[in-house]
Design a protein around this ligand. Structure first.
Ligand code: FAD
Length: 468
């Protein structure tokens, strides 16, 4: 008899977990309190951004679970090779992400979720069953080797109880699985809201076809667009139909004071994002700004992630909610699935050992990326406009190109090198930062000695020499 598993949450991470476990011959039941999101009648636009950036960790984890599934669900992605900074005077400045043309990719959250649910159907109901309209309310953990019983409130208004060998909680930031786990294990847990809210806006497709972009795009689709204004910012990611999903991020105090009147919102948007308002349409932008839900952003850290004896574990946002400024929340959640499956394979299906090892090995990476994501808000909204930051970035890239694997910019390690765990990426970047600090001091000394023109001459010669 195959062992049974209840996966809680049919979001992005829950779907991938269900696919991976079904492939390992567990009998999977996937529960979600929503109704089927593919059903037109139940489409709910939840609070979160409708397109996401997927990068190497997410892609390689999908491929690890199933190469063919990855091929099918990633068909519509739009590569973004860099950031496009929109200055207040309308000038645009491209800052590439990778050293050798690497890209992150824009992907529609809902389409990805629907395609993953389709893949579960393709596996077949003898291996995976999906139960929508089931809201987990309680888990009663049995002794190791006993069943765990999960209680669900259902659409019909009656509670249903499911007994299962183990539970995997992928039920997002406000996870009930995690709450229930905290009654069983002494879990360290922290939750922090940052003073930033987000509002989704929309840039419609352009009326005109643009041959450069091969579509009706009013901005370059191969960039993540940022309008950095220090305390707040606007970003936009392309969709396949020529539209862009745009998100405003700013402090709650500002948003709440602005929201008091339509006139103030209008004045604020025109003053700070004039070029964006031209393509968005100011009336539509004001309406969306005032009426769309305001999303809160939080960081969650916990430890351990599992209940002993292989009875339960949490993955994805349930275990490590992070702010979206490194574009890693889903990528990291997908990587959780890969790491867990590798451990299950390594321990030959011994869940107790694999889950304990997961907590032991994964914790330092999860806390590292949660902290890094928080730090990146300042980089996106402010640093990208600073000359010193850009100079260091250039130097960082130049060293990366010159020294190849011996020098890796942090962004490259996090977004393009799934083989480098998050905590190692941060440790390497700390060492490199010390060297960059030193070089910066040398540059300042050289400029004061040679003058700016003299310094430029010497650095041109050095560049030429490095190319030979
Ligand atoms: P969720 O997507 O939250 O799914 C949880 C599921 O569990 C839901 O379907 C919910 O209905 C269900 N559920 C909850 N409670 C219960 C219950 N009691 N019973 C049954 N079902 C339940 N990440 C990136 O990698 N790249 C990005 O560019 C990016 N951009 C982002 C932009 C914004 C503005 C935000 C807010 C987030 C962004 N993220 C990004 C993060 C990403 O959205 C999340 O990390 C990802 O969605 C987490 O997936 P999940 O499956 O763990 O959780």
């Amino acid at each position: 008899m195959p062992e049974t598993v209840a996966v809680i949450g049919a979001g992005l991470v829950g779907c991938l977990t269900a696919i991976a476990l079904a492939k390992r011959d567990y009998k999977v039941t996937l529960f979600d309190y929503r109704l089927d999101p593919r059903d037109q009648k139940t489409i709910d636009r939840n609070l979160r951004s409708i397109n996401l950036a997927i990068s190497s960790r997410g892609i390689s984890s999908l491929e690890f679970v199933d190469k063919e599934v990855a091929g099918r669900v990633l068909k519509g992605i739009i590569p973004m090779k860099g950031r496009m900074i929109h200055h207040l005077n309308g000038a645009q400045e491209s800052q590439t992400y990778g050293l050798f043309g690497e890209s992150i990719n824009s992907i529609d959250r809902a389409v990805l979720n629907h395609l993953l649910l389709d893949e579960l159907e393709r596996i077949g109901s003898d291996k995976v069953q999906v139960k929508f309209g089931h809201k987990l309310s309680k888990i009663k953990y049995g002794k190791p080797d006993e069943f765990q019983s999960c209680v669900f409130a259902t659409e019909e208004g009656v509670d249903q109880v499911y007994a299962t060998n183990f539970v995997v909680g992928c039920d997002g930031s406000y996870s009930t699985t995690r709450d229930q786990m905290q009654r069983e294990v002494r879990m360290h847990f922290s939750q922090e809201y940052i003073d930033c809210c987000y509002i989704e806006l929309y840039i419609p497709p352009s009326k005109n076809y643009d041959a450069r972009y091969k579509g009706n795009f009013s901005l370059a689709p191969d960039h993540l667009h940022i309008w950095p204004r220090h305390q707040y910012m606007l970003i936009a990611l392309a969709n396949a139909d020529g539209s862009f999903t745009s998100t405003f991020f700013g402090p709650w105090g500002l948003v709440e004071s602005l929201l008091k009147s339509e006139a103030r919102v209008r004045e604020f948007l025109i003053k700070n994002f004039p070029d964006a308002m031209e393509i968005m349409g100011i009336n539509q932008a004001v309406k969306s700004f005032m009426s769309h839900p305001k999303g809160a952003l939080m960081c969650i850290e916990c430890d351990p992630y599992n209940v002993s004896g292989g009875r339960g574990i949490i993955l994805g946002d349930a275990a490590h909610s992070m702010v979206p400024f490194y574009g890693q929340g889903m990528n990291c959640g997908f990587e959780d699935v890969k790491v867990l499956m590798k451990l299950l394979d390594a321990y030959d299906g011994d869940r107790a050992k694999a889950f304990d090892a997961y907590t032991r090995e994964r914790h330092q990476d999860l806390t590292a990326i949660v902290k890094l994501a928080k730090r990146n808000y300042k980089e996106m909204s402010h640093d990208v406009t600073s000359k010193v930051f850009l100079l260091r970035k250039k130097l960082d890239h130049w060293l990366g190109k010159l020294l190849k694997d011996k020098w890796l910019p942090l962004y490259t390690m996090v977004s393009f090198r799934a083989d480098i765990p998050y905590h190692k990426a941060i440790a390497i970047s700390k060492r490199q930062k010390t060297i960059l600090d030193f070089i910066q001091v040398l540059i300042i000394a050289a400029i004061s000695l040679l003058g700016y023109e003299g310094f430029k001459r010497v650095s041109r010669r050095l560049k030429q020499a490095s190319r030979q």
